[in-house]
Design a protein around this ligand. Structure first.
Ligand code: GBH
Length: 473
């Protein structure tokens, strides 16, 4: 008997983007710079000095982009709000012109039957808040809660699905630890302090959302929960796995889902920080009832004890930073998982997505799960007829959607899948060199061309069913 490849009837077939990666229009309608404007304009920080100044001009082309989503038959779209568009400088009253853009975008989506999922924070902190200390400063968590309330008051009548933070791991550990993301700081103690204030921001932000939103609204968080595997079952390698799992997952899931940091995380990092920035009541504040959990998945991590190879090459080696995003783990080595890789150098392993979903359906029983990001970068180019063929991306999506389907068979409550990304865009430190889109963007003309994967995904969404493996390509 072939396993069923049919998805639940109300499954969400979506695509995801984020504000700085697509909007452009960085100086319009009162928007002030975020840490990503500053970072991308600092020489040497992004590939070819690329910035989000223009990006894919979504701020002006949003109507066409929503029409494109409708043509592709998507019934869900995950986007993020630019904090410094809505509350320039991160302080003071909300700016109507900024909120109006998101109101128009949401109305356009609703008019086409596409369910919006709104992420409040996808890495673009107002620069003034970084100048005041950034995420290592406790005040930033309070500022985030105020901003969350403004957006909820403005859009709560039309948006039901709310996501507080996208991948706080990246904000804390790539932003303040390895420095390959904005604001580019390399201070392991500050990275852990940032992680704590992101947990607090999530909790206070969730409270602010609940206070302003109607009861039907759903609040979630999107974590890049990692699948961490060890190269062997030796005690040293398993211990490396345990420590990285805590720094990747427990550091956020602990407070957000269980109201506590893993005790061994605190002792493992004792050389880096004494965690004295955790105040009474913070963990209760971070531990808010949630309506769903978002999982972003790309590739698993593979670790071992470092033995005699400290500072061995890291899987995330973009930007030649010698600084680790894993505070207190210099004696852990990262390895390449065997198998085919995408253009990012990330190994393709759908079993990791199944494993991740099953883990969180056990760890957070009763909490609906969404895959809020999954996808692949390839070196896509139009052919002579202007068509873009990306069979590798189709194979990637097929494999990962089959893994989601298998998890549903195994009892997981997965309600939807958001492909990363709707269209090619600014891939952070990698600039425009890495294309994750189902839709190709010509960066000279801003023309959008659905790739063959977009047509394939549209057919899957329309049928609510995956084709058999043999039919792919
Ligand atoms: C997501 O980040 C982002 O949400 C999205 O904006 C971005 O465009 C998209 O994915 C594609 O990159 O074990 O040290 O090697 C994903 C970023 C990539 C962070 C893999 C963790 C592995 C860390 N993640 N990375 S490491």
């Amino acid at each position: 008997m072939p396993e069923s490849l049919t998805f639940p009837a109300d499954f969400l077939w979506g695509a995801a983007t984020s504000a700085y990666q697509i909007e452009g229009a960085v100086r319009e309608d009162g928007r002030t710079p975020s840490i990503w404007d500053t970072f991308s304009h600092t020489p040497g920080r992004t590939a070819d000095g690329d910035t989000g100044d223009v990006a894919v001009e979504h701020y002006h082309r949003y109507r066409d982009d929503v029409a494109l989503m409708a043509d592709l038959g998507l019934n869900a779209y995950r986007f993020s709000v630019s904090w410094s568009r809505v509350q320039p400088t991160g302080r003071g009253p909300a700016v109507q012109r900024g909120l109006d853009f998101y109101r128009r975008l949401v109305d356009e989506l609703l008019g086409k039957g596409i369910k919006p999922a709104l992420t409040l924070y996808h890495w673009d902190l107002p620069q003034e808040l970084e100048d005041a200390g950034g995420w290592p400063a406790r005040e930033t968590a309070y500022r985030f809660a105020e901003y969350a309330g403004f957006v909820a008051e403005a859009l709560g009548d039309r948006v039901e699905s709310w996501i507080t933070l996208n991948e706080p791991w990246c904000s804390a550990f790539l932003g303040y630890g390895s420095g390959v993301h904005a604001p580019g700081r390399t201070d392991p103690a500050a990275a852990l302090q940032a992680a704590h204030h992101l947990n607090l921001a999530h909790g206070l932000g969730t409270q602010a959302l609940r206070a302003a939103l109607p009861a039907r609204a759903r609040v979630a968080v999107s974590l890049n929960s990692s699948v961490v595997r060890a190269v062997s079952e030796s005690p040293a390698d398993l211990d490396a796995r345990r420590r990285i799992d805590n720094l990747a997952n427990g550091v956020f899931h602990g407070p957000m889902l269980h109201g506590a940091y893993p005790a061994d995380l605190l002792t493992d990092t004792a050389r880096v920080t004494d965690w004295s920035f955790v105040q009474d009541g913070d963990l209760a504040a971070a531990h808010q009832p949630l309506d769903a959990l978002g999982l972003n998945y790309y590739t698993p991590a593979l670790v071992s004890a470092a033995h005699d190879e400290p500072g061995s090459p890291r899987a995330d080696g973009h930007g030649a930073s010698e600084h680790s995003p894993w505070p207190g783990s210099d004696d852990v080595a990262f390895h390449q998982t065997p198998g085919d890789r995408t253009e990012m150098g990330w190994t393709i392993d759908p079993t990791g997505l199944h494993e991740l979903i099953m883990r969180y359906s056990r760890e957070a029983p009763g909490l609906p799960l969404y895959v809020t990001e999954n996808g692949a970068a390839y070196d896509d180019k139009p052919d002579a007829e202007g068509r873009v063929h990306d069979p590798e991306r189709i194979a990637y999506l097929h494999g990962h959607l089959a893994a989601v389907r298998r998890a549903i068979t195994d009892g997981a409550d997965v309600r939807g899948y958001y492909l990363w990304s709707l269209m090619d865009n600014f891939e952070w430190s990698y600039g425009y060199g890495k294309r994750f889109g189902a839709v190709y963007v010509d960066y000279e003309t801003q023309a959008r061309v659905p790739k063959s994967s977009a047509h394939w995904y549209a057919a899957v969404a329309a049928a609510g069913e995956l084709p058999l493996e043999g039919a792919v390509g």
